[in-house]
Design a protein around this ligand. Sequence first.
Ligand SMILES: [Zn+2]
Length: 495
Amino acid sequence: MVRRIAFAGFNLESVTAVPRTSRLADFERVCVRGQAIPDQFAGTNTVAGGALRVLEAHGAEMVPLFHSLLGALGPAEDAAVLAYAQELATGLKTSGKLDGLVLYLHGACWAPGFADVEATLIARARAAAPDLPIAVALDYHGNIDTATLEGADIAVAYRHSPHTDMGETGERAARALLRMVETGARPGLAVSRPGVVIPSIQSATALEPLASVIAQARAEEAAGDCDISVMGGFAYADSPNTGMSVICLDWQGQRSAEQKAARLSAALHTARAEISAAIPVCPMDHAVAEAGRLCGGGSPVVILEHADRMNDSTHGLRAVLETDLGRVMVPFLCDPESAEAACAAGAGAELTLALGGKSTPETGGPLRLTARVLWAGEKRFTVSGRYQQGAPVDLGLTALIEVGTVRISVTSHFAFAVDGDPFYIFGETPEDYDVILLRSKTHFRDFYTPRAKAILVADTPDLGPADVRLIPYRQLDTGAAYPWQDAPRIPPLPQ
Ligand SMILES: [Zn+2]
């Protein structure tokens, strides 16, 4: 008998402080439905691609419903959550006999009308199909508690940040689901929370002591029949369950799942201060001065403006324009207005722009400058780096502009510069530059750690500060547990 497994994806990482909500139309712009899902994701390092790989290998059929992955933006509007929840319920009811569901969610989506968006979607699926085995695949940065997963039978999340294992995560979800379907066994599923909130910049899974706690999870898996997801959480989505967690899926039962999750959670709690301060962070002027000292000689220095949350902050851009750093690249600054103006002017033209900084005052505000347009037009490409490899990216109207020795690619759509693609698409390479200003948090490390001469992490007065005590939480009860309070506010740069 051919097993029929439904697949649906709704994925947004919400920064609650961003005033621009992610509207239904934004989700729809990136949404694919039905056969377009396997057509687009087969063979890619994505959750859909991984799930498809396992289902096909087991002779099972994917029943693709919808897939909308928006990335990291502001809150979702309630109407978007309601629309996709309704579509999920309808899809499950009208797709004939189904044997299971793989549901791809983030875990840190936030909407004004929903305390927990992921719990809402899982509950809608459960209500629509009360006996259907449901496997949830999550982002490592999800904010999860027991209530989030109440309607799910299985939950797994990315194990790596940078998220180089999105495909494997889809495979793990599909494999566990098929095991449940074939054997009738229901695994234990437990969530434990250590009461620890860390900034994204400290959530890279190769950093110690976090890496050692994650290694303990792998050891638990080797010792028992389970799948453990150590969750970094997402500090900038303010909800009652913001923060780290541990999810344990355990075929040895519920009690075993709870014990393992609690053990790992205790290890996170013990290491909380060190985890919260694993990477040194410095002010932007310090980073730029250090880059000036280090740059030149073939491999680029990376300055990381990690507190940027809307891909349009100008704190770093202002600093690199004011300092002679040689050849500088600022990839994927999102500013549709400036991209359109540059495209209208055309390649070779010179024009004055109010560039970037338009999303919120915290981004540093627009920079008035005169630039030369090097390239202008619509830009689409396929991801070549390991993070989301094979996935399509549409930048919309895009311009590569130049101010002195600083080049900036200005995009109309939100995209992350994490690998070599922002250079390759213009026939360049990262090595053509002395300094590269990135806005990634952890994903850039997979590509840039082996290539960069140095990575300088700069904190700016922006929406995603490295010091999470600066975040004005309204929903998270920080009074109960603010465990990193003894950690230094901004650790000094090593000399
Ligand atoms: Zn993530």
